[in-house]
Design a protein around this ligand. Structure first.
Ligand code: FE2
Ligand code: FE2
Length: 188
């Protein structure tokens, strides 16, 4: 159980760092629109899409949530809402990335639209993780059996977080750097 929980926790902590970086860059977008770092924002949103949407959320659905449902109905309502957010997440992220691409044209309205979408995205993702951390994981520690945890651990060990998993320590710090966007990912 401990190994599976620590992987889940590590992925949540990594994503919380990503969301803090996005908040920091959102402040720049609003306070100094001309200093908006489109490349960096695009890289960070690409990470959210490639890692959280393609690995983390589907594996929560398939292993953690499914096991929890089989052991208790206590979290059914919350799991339904979380799963709906998992299902709609890729489309939300796609439209956010499209809004970012449009804002490269220099229109203040397009940049405003992107900033509004980004603010909503950050708030929704933070609330989503809060529900998992305060309701789902504590219930899972009480309700799941050793065999459930083994399956969850196997599933979550099957992928690597490109920024926080096996990558070089401190990599996420580069998300906060204004120069990050101009550097190739491998050298960041
Ligand atoms: Fe989730
Ligand atoms: Fe999660």
């Amino acid at each position: 159980m401990r190994a599976a929980l620590s992987i889940l926790d590590a992925e949540h902590r990594g994503y919380a760092t990503v969301l803090r970086a996005l908040s920091r860059h959102l402040e720049v977008v609003r306070a100094q629109p001309a200093a908006t770092n489109h490349d960096l924002l695009s890289t960070i949103l690409g990470y959210a899409d490639s890692f959280m949407e393609r690995f983390h959320h589907p594996k929560e659905d398939e292993y953690l949530f499914r096991a929890l449902r089989s052991r208790t109905d206590e979290a059914d309502e919350a799991l339904l809402a979380l799963q709906h957010e998992h299902a709609t997440g890729p489309a939300v992220l796609r439209s956010l990335r499209e809004a970012l691409a449009r804002s490269r044209g220099g229109s203040p309205d397009d940049l405003d639209a992107f900033a509004g979408g980004l603010e909503r995205y950050i708030a929704e993702q933070q609330a989503h993780m809060r529900t998992e951390a305060t309701l789902v994981l504590p219930l899972a520690t009480r309700a799941l059996q050793a065999s459930d945890w083994e399956a969850i651990e196997r599933a979550f060990r099957g992928h690597t977080d490109p920024f926080f998993g096996a990558g070089p320590l401190g990599r996420s710090a580069s998300f906060f750097s204004p120069r990050f966007g101009s550097a190739p990912l491998e050298e960041a």
